[in-house]
Design a protein around this ligand. Structure first.
Ligand code: PEP
Ligand code: MG
Length: 781
């Protein structure tokens, strides 16, 4: 009873209890029930909730005893949940039938949370809401436990007396829409902390109702802010882009929009078409901008957005909905939202992550239709947001924005990749608390360590500033010496190469001092197209890549796709564990024609340039022999091409010695080696903290490769090679070549110059004895 009253604190609600035969004995007394009904009756009717057995009989008997002039209903709803739902509904002025309905449906929230089958969870009536007068906006729920009963009751109460029909949809799960006047329906939306909710209102008071709901959401529906993760520190932020930033916070606000579906289906079609055209132009400009700046991975992301924008299925479905009377913005938002939700249900992480891209495209078009600006103007200081789209990050000016803190996000998201390319320090996963940091509050963040301090005292500011100055001086010095070789203090030359995925990146890598190209990911030529590239096309690209390296060694890795990176023209059966399936050399050997074409193109270039061929995902010596055989078939007889293998599985590392007769070099792919060794899928944020390549288990595998290799050269081309903490250990284990992302080249060379191999060897020996990656990192520090 107290719980029900708490839900409607500002309303005097009559709730009477008639339970127990006396203070101590369970049971019900029909006379007591009748008297409780009479006490509760204020003239608008009484709803009677009961548990089971004799309670039902007593309630029925009570009705016969009563002979009330007002309506009294016995209700089959659950006692606890039903009472709460009925109380909120009755306080909102609902008629008795509606109150009873609420009580009967009161279990739906719990049922949907626990996965019971309860139907679609959306109100059929909602589809009929006339879009033409709809006022629509989105808000984020920041309550620690989501939109649970108490905040939902506040929301329902907010609508009391307003002449409007309000529907809510959980955009994060695509549940709904449901009536915002029903506590039980709201519960069925399953809105959790961080979920985005769309509110659509129609009727004379629609605008005021939406404004009131947005204001309420901004105040967490009257609930206090959850405890933060510690003094001056949000919850577990993760580093996503390196660098130090100190400055005043400014918060990115979510775009609010009203669809304005005022025209005929033809008008709405025209509206959508012109918005798509406008967004198309914007995205093409973003592609050109990113390409012009040499940020090719970012350009590729936007190219994928263009493909989504042109998707005939999606556009066609939006048109069909507009023909049925839905406004342009609503139709587009619904169709792309549903497609994104479907993607999120796919088992593969990479595909799941593309849902964010679909939502980005959805929001851009919706913003264009409603005339609002989805972009974020660059301001000095620290940008705080729930999450950002790639387009929003791409539009930021890296020389103005000091740093970014995201409540959500992931270091592997496209937004983070672009921020890294722009040199903006970023922390992700900082939790919803950061969204409540008042604008103007000073924040200091370290994008390398993940450290963030809110409202730091002067000594912390001084410490961060000193670190930032030291970092930028170090970077400047490293860049000046980038074209020089990296030689250890005891005179051992370490070659630092580049991992690249396009000709432009090859040019950029040379500018940054790459001694060679240690990994050319040739997949970039094969992805995002309907047919494989021809031999001539491949030859041209490989040749231009080799030319950019101007006589320096270029290691071209053969196609590494399959499972996680499917190709439309290579149909593959679905695999439960794509990372353990047909990928890398397994896939190319299964498609010898495709493989031969690639080897033919590589061989043509190898005739004039120091090009080497490298096979990915090798686990068996016969794979190498079969691939070599294909190369021999297509290459001129007198041409000698060095052939190497990637060591990416624990088995290959353990039996490295067995490959020395057939492989001219080894390159350790620590990204895959780590995921296979630690059973922690790369890209899966849930296990990301386990997947540290400095784990001693992984280091033992690298040690085995170096020992088994004998005189065969060993390189490392996984991300570990760009981790300054790992360099002394890798060199100490016997690695003599490092291949890294181009921006890291100057710093890795500089780090190498500070080391001497004798110290590196003893450090590596100690690291192999460490119990954990954390202990290895502590040792290096
Ligand atoms: C690796 O696995 O470490 C590697 C360099 O290959 P990729 O990241 O392309 O799988
Ligand atoms: Mg790999």
């Amino acid at each position: 009873m107290d719980l029900a009253r708490e839900m409607v604190p500002d309303r005097a609600l009559r709730v009477e209890v008639a339970a127990g035969l006396d203070e101590e004995t369970f049971g019900t007394d029909a006379v007591a029930v009748a008297s409780a009904i009479a006490d509760a009756d204020s003239g608008d009717g009484v709803l009677v909730l009961m548990d089971l057995g004799s309670a039902v009989l007593s309630a029925e008997l009570a009705l016969e005893l009563l002979d009330s002039p007002h309506e009294v209903r016995l209700c089959s709803g659950p006692v606890v949940e039903g009472l709460v739902a009925a109380a909120v509904s009755a306080a909102g002025g609902a008629a008795l039938a509606e109150v009873a309905d609420e009580a009967v449906n009161a279990l739906s929230g719990k049922q949907s949370q626990l996965g019971d089958v309860i139907g679609s969870g959306s109100d059929a009536a909602s589809a009929e809401a006339p879009e033409s007068e709809a006022v629509r906006a989105t808000f984020r729920v920041d309550n620690e436990h989501g939109l649970h009963a108490r905040p939902a009751a506040r929301l329902v109460a907010e609508l009391r007396g307003r002449d409007t029909d309000v529907r809510l949809r959980n955009l994060s799960t695509e549940a709904g829409p449901v009536s915002a006047r029903s506590l039980s329906r709201l519960a069925a939306l399953g809105v959790l902390a961080g979920h985005q909710v769309e509110v659509t209102a129609t009727g004379p008071d629609a605008r005021e109702a939406v404004d009131a709901i947005l204001a309420l959401a901004g105040q967490r529906f009257g609930e206090p802010a959850p405890e933060s993760g510690g003094a001056g520190r949000p919850r577990e932020p993760r580093p996503a882009s390196g660098g130090i930033a100190i400055g005043p916070v400014w918060q990115a606000r979510a775009v609010e929009f009203a669809p304005g579906a005022s025209g005929s289906p033809e008008d709405e079609r025209r509206t959508l078409d012109s918005a798509i055209r406008a967004v198309h132009n914007d995205i093409r400009a973003a592609v050109a901008r990113e390409r012009g700046n040499g940020r090719l991975s970012a350009a590729e992301i936007f190219e994928a957005h263009l493909v989504m924008l042109e998707d005939e299925e999606l556009v066609g479905e939006a048109r069909r909905r507009m023909d049925r009377g839905t406004g342009a913005a609503a139709a587009w938002a619904e169709v792309l939202g549903e497609a994104a939700a479907e993607m999120e249900r796919l088992p593969d992480d990479y595909q799941r992550a593309r849902a964010a891209d679909l939502r980005a495209v959805r929001d851009q078009v919706v913003a264009a239709i409603s005339g609002s600006d989805a972009g974020i103007d660059s301001r000095p200081g620290i940008l705080v947001a729930a999450d950002l789209t790639p387009a929003q990050v791409s539009g930021l000016d890296g020389s103005v924005v000091g740093g970014i803190v995201l409540a959500e996000g992931s270091p592997t998201s496209h937004a983070s990749i672009i921020a890294r390319a722009k040199g903006i320090p970023v922390l992700v996963g900082a939790g919803a608390d950061v969204l409540r940091i008042p604008e103007g509050t000073t924040v200091a963040l370290d994008g390398d360590s993940g450290q963030v301090v809110i409202d730091p005292d002067p000594s912390v500011v001084a410490e961060f500033s000193a670190r930032a100055t030291e970092m930028s001086e170090r970077r400047r010095g490293a860049e000046q010496a980038a074209q020089q070789p990296a030689v250890t203090r005891d005179g051992v030359a370490i070659e630092v190469g580049a991992n690249i995925g396009s000709v432009a990146e090859a040019v950029d890598a040379r500018r940054r001092g790459a001694d060679f190209a240690g990994l050319v990911r040739t997949e970039f030529l094969f992805l995002h197209r309907e047919k494989p590239p021809s031999v001539d096309e491949q030859e041209q690209v490989y040749r231009e890549t080799a030319q950019a390296f101007d006589g320096r060694r270029v290691v071209l890795r053969t196609l590494d796709v399959g499972g996680d990176k499917p190709l439309p023209y290579l149909p593959q059966p679905p695999e439960a564990n794509p990372f353990l399936g047909l990928r890398g050399i397994r896939l190319t050997l299964a498609h010898p024609d495709l493989f031969r074409d690639q080897l033919r193109a590589l061989a043509r270039v190898a005739a004039d340039h120091p090009v080497r061929v490298m096979f990915p995902m090798v686990t068996d010596i016969d794979e190498v022999r079969a691939a070599r055989q294909l190369l021999e078939e297509v290459a001129p007889q007198d041409l000698r091409i060095d052939v190497g293998i990637m060591v990416e599985t624990p088995a290959t590392a353990a039996k490295a010695a067995a490959f020395t007769d057939d492989a001219d070099f080894f390159s350790i792919g620590t990204n895959d080696l780590t995921q296979y060794a630690l059973a922690a899928e790369r890209g899966n944020n849930v296990v990301a903290s386990l997947a540290d390549a400095l784990d001693p288990g992984v280091l033992h595998l690298i040690d085995q490769v170096c020992r088994g290799a004998g005189t065969t050269p060993v390189a490392v081309c996984g991300e570990l090679a760009a981790d300054p903490a790992a360099i002394p250990i890798l060199l100490g284990l016997g690695v003599r070549e490092l291949s890294v992302t181009p921006p890291a080249i100057p710093e890795i060379k500089a780090r190498t110059r500070t080391l001497d191999l004798a110290t590196c060897r003893s450090l590596a020996t100690e690291a192999l004895r460490c119990p954990s990656a954390a202990a290895v990192r502590a040792l290096v520090r």
